[in-house]
Write a protein that binds this ligand. Structure first.
Ligand SMILES: [Zn+2]
Length: 467
């Protein structure tokens, strides 16, 4: 049986400052090597100061993943020399003097499958290496320390995954969950990275490092399983090793360096005191936790009778469920959920488009009001939505400018209906014996009015005219 375990590195992107200094956590907006200070550069004499908010956010993640929370947390130095690490050690966590990592054992459900969490730890991110040329043959490597010291949460799972598909489902659930908690924005480049360990029946465990995106994680596990199965079928032993994911070639390659825990010479970080996570704080954090995706979904179904599929899509996306929460009322909830999931999600489907989008909750309320009062048709609402997302104009202005208002003036509509009746004499005859055909005639009226005829009124008038 194939076994896959994951180590997921998730940046706490919604924090103000780095984990141990006051440099910005949002390093992405800086010029290279401008978001640094003596602390995150590890200059002699500098002292780290633990970011309390980071501890709180990491605790929230641990609670959301049903992990045990220790009474006290401690930090350790993980010693290794690499140019992206200015201090020559990384401040991280380790369960060597009892459980002192921010999260102990926990679990998360992926469909019917329970994935066990081994532990969660809070640590600092290293800097970023920029290779000139390919990673195997580069002559120059540049280093940007803006990211060094930014807060990172590492989530370690048990090898509970049986195939890459389960891995992908888990990652989708996890990134929705982290986004919903307001602790991380998974769509930011590099915000979620992972290592995976993969073994097949009868083979040794192989670790894959440096997988830069969730998309590649699935590819890397598929590649690795295929590689191991191919060795196995030729009776070649699968050795225990660390391999690197080559992003360009989309393959795993054996890595020459192999560190064991012993090589890191872990020891307690004496500059940071042990921190108590007392039950009062836990209680307070629990009360501040946002409603879970599952509970939102159940509420949408039971309160507003929204179909399961729509409720599931809506609740799992924080951007859209936030928009829904502020725009809906009991009477328009279903309509708003439909507009969001069928029309808006298609129009605004990338991070960039979300940032550029001008849509507000009021727009959605106005749209559903206008549909429900018969002022515009659903078809026109779709056109209006497109314009609103682009320009942010008021709905009433959009209706006037694009002439989207329903044709609800009886005499005007009657005029068009008479035209249709004279053009469609055969269908009119049929409609007398087969009531279904009348829908065809309504369709013709809609065509002539470019979808703006009030459907109820059209049907009424048509019936009267046909007799
Ligand atoms: Zn700093």
């Amino acid at each position: 049986m194939t076994k896959i375990g994951l180590e997921i590195h998730c940046q706490l992107t919604n924090l103000e400052s780095k984990l141990f200094c006051s440099c910005k956590a949002n390093y992405r907006e800086f010029e290279i090597n401008e978001n640094i200070c003596p602390i995150c550069m590890g200059l002699p004499g500098s002292l780290p100061r633990l970011n309390q908010e980071a501890v709180k956010k990491a605790t929230i993640i641990a609670m959301a993943l049903n992990c045990t929370i220790p009474d006290k947390i401690a930090f350790f130095r993980k010693n290794y020399f690499y140019p992206d690490l200015p201090k020559n050690f990384q401040i991280t966590q380790l369960n060597i003097y009892g459980d002192t990592s921010i999260g102990g054992t926990g679990s998360i459900m992926v469909g019917d499958k329970k994935i066990k969490i081994t532990r969660i730890q809070l640590e600092e991110d290293p800097g970023r290496l920029i290779y000139e040329g390919s990673s195997s043959k580069n002559l120059i490597t540049l280093v940007d320390y803006n990211r060094a010291g930014t807060p990172l949460v590492e989530i370690v799972t048990e090898p509970d995954f049986e195939n890459p598909k389960q891995v992908r489902e888990f990652l989708n659930i996890l990134s929705d969950l982290l986004e919903n908690l307001g602790v991380s924005d998974p769509s930011l480049d590099g915000a979620m990275r992972a290592d995976a360990n993969v073994s097949i029946e009868g083979g040794k465990k192989v670790e894959i490092k440096n997988i830069g995106s969730f998309h590649d994680l699935e590819k890397a596990t598929i590649f690795e399983i295929t590689r191991q199965e191919s060795l196995h079928s030729r009776n070649i032993a699968i050795i225990q090793e660390t391999r690197h994911w080559d992003e360009q070639r989309k393959i795993t390659v054996s890595s020459r360096s192999k560190e064991e825990d012993l090589d890191y010479r872990y020891f307690l970080e004496g500059d940071i005191p042990w921190v108590k996570i007392d039950p009062e704080i836990q209680k307070e954090l629990k009360s501040q936790m946002p409603e879970s995706i599952n509970s939102k979904k159940e509420r949408y179904i039971s309160q507003f009778d929204i179909p399961t599929q729509v409720a599931s899509v809506l609740s799992s996306d924080k951007f859209y469920s936030d928009l829904f929460e502020v725009s809906h009322t009991k009477s328009n909830a279903k309509e708003i959920a439909n507009i969001i999931t069928t029309d808006l999600m298609g129009l605004v489907d990338t991070r960039e488009k979300r940032e550029e989008s001008k849509i507000t909750a009021k727009h959605l309320t106005d749209l559903t009001d206008s549909i429900q009062s018969g002022k515009i048709s659903r078809n026109s609402a779709k056109n209006a939505l497109y314009e609103i997302v682009k320009t942010g104009k008021d709905l009433s202005q959009v209706i006037t400018e694009l002439d989207l208002g329903n044709v609800s003036d009886e005499s005007e509509l009657l005029h068009i209906i008479r035209e249709v009746i004279s053009e469609e004499s055969q269908a009119v005859l049929e409609a007398k014996s087969n009531p279904q055909t009348i829908n065809y005639l309504v369709g013709k009226v809609m065509q002539k009015t470019k979808g703006k005829a009030d459907p109820t009124l059209t049907l009424d008038l048509l019936k009267k005219q046909i007799g």
